[in-house]
Design a binder for this molecule. Structure first.
Ligand SMILES: C[S@@+](CC[C@H](N)C(=O)[O-])C[C@H]1O[C@@H](n2cnc3c(N)ncnc32)[C@H](O)[C@@H]1O
Length: 349
């Protein structure tokens, strides 16, 4: 499906985005060489400390002797600091062309967006945290939803996932056990990429999305309107949605859970259970579980999370989501897959 909100990037923006992409691809050889240095300084990974902080300290102290690892770390840091700024500059370059398109899809269409009531305080675990080390923070730029959704996500992240970011989302949406859902809730809908996969998989369903960030929801609204969909979007926390009991027959999420602390994840599952009708289904997907990784892979994931501005990744990835789902009351619980790791459950009738 064509994307009416596609950014018409100009020469400078295109060149810097291409640079980021080629830089990412071009340093794959370096990563291969760094792996050889890692194997040299960690000959027996199973002997590494159990504690992840001690493990990281030990590995990183030994790797300080590797110029290749230091170079890779520097590139990672450069990328983390600059990708958002580069995306923002590419947007500013074409902003005048985009403004009318953005304004049209913001205001015309059947997708609605209800911001949080004035004076609502965001939860402490969210407020002021620089997730993803986004340039200027998550809510700072009034077009952050567009910049994140269309430029960072569709143009940059999309290029690094085999088959693209929508293929994975559609595959997860199709894993729910039924085909006839009528009322679906997408938790952590963000700019609407999984919401779109749910809509395309269950075209007859009424789709509702919640997210804490107004900026990303504004872009989800544009996406919904541009495609003629009638999503209902709310700036509300997934753990306290305010919907009546039994409002939905499917509650779903795609990579929301690594963005929130473990105690909030438990509340999110409890809320999913509450708002599902008896007989309804839950399907949540997230990043690879640390329990499914060897000690070195956990170190890699954990240091990438630190670098990438993911403060809750470790505690989230350390959770057994099937256990969390059962504790919330779900039955027929299954958990499968490495990335995304998908947990499903059923609310008994
Ligand atoms: C990685 S994004 C989700 C991606 C999206 N589902 C997709 O398919 O592209 C995580 C989103 O969760 C939102 N978020 C974080 N904590 C939340 C919470 N407690 N309730 C609802 N949304 C939350 C963030 O604002 C962010 O937009």
């Amino acid at each position: 499906m064509t994307n009416p909100l596609e950014p018409p990037v100009r020469q400078r923006g295109r060149a810097s985005l291409d640079f980021l992409l080629h830089f990412g691809r071009g340093t794959q050889g370096l990563r291969g060489e760094v792996e050889k240095d890692i194997a040299r300084v960690v000959p027996d990974p199973e002997k590494l400390p159990q504690d992840i902080d001690q493990r990281s300290k030990q590995i990183e102290q030994r790797l300080m002797a590797s110029p290749l690892w230091r170079t890779q770390a520097l590139i990672g840091e450069w990328n983390a600091r600059n990708h958002g700024l580069i995306a923002r500059e590419a947007f500013e370059e074409v902003r005048a062309d985009l403004d009318p398109v953005i304004a049209r899809y913001q205001s015309q269409g059947a997708t609605t967006l209800e911001p949080a009531p004035e004076g609502t305080e965001p939860p402490a675990y969210f407020e002021g945290v620089n997730f993803h080390r986004t340039a200027g923070g998550w809510e700072d730029h009034e077009m952050q939803g567009y910049i994140h959704g269309e430029i960072v996500h569709r143009k940059l992240v999309n290029a690094f996932f085999p088959g693209g970011i929508f293929k994975q989302r559609r595959a997860v949406a199709a894993m729910a056990p039924r085909e006839d859902y009528k009322r679906i809730l997408d938790m952590g809908a963000s700019t609407g990429h999984f919401t779109q996969a749910l809509q395309e998989t269950y075209p007859e369903a009424e789709i509702t999305g919640v997210d804490l960030s107004l900026r990303v929801l504004e872009h989800a609204q544009r996406i919904g309107n541009a495609h003629g969909w009638a999503w209902k979007l709310y700036q509300r926390p997934a753990e306290d949605t305010g919907f009546a009991d039994a409002s939905f027959d499917l509650v779903a999420s795609y990579i929301l859970l690594h963005e929130i602390p473990a105690d909030v994840i438990r509340r999110v599952f409890a809320e999913a259970f509450r708002v599902l009708e008896p007989g309804g289904d839950m399907i949540m997907s997230d990043v690879t579980r640390y329990a499914d990784m060897d000690k070195l892979s956990v170190w890699r994931a954990d240091s990438n999370a630190r670098l990438g501005g993911e403060p809750y990744w470790r505690e989230s990835a350390s959770l057994d989501l099937a256990e969390v789902a059962r504790a919330a009351g779900f039955v027929d619980v299954s958990a499968q897959g490495i990335y995304p790791h998908v947990v499903k459950g059923h609310k008994p009738k």
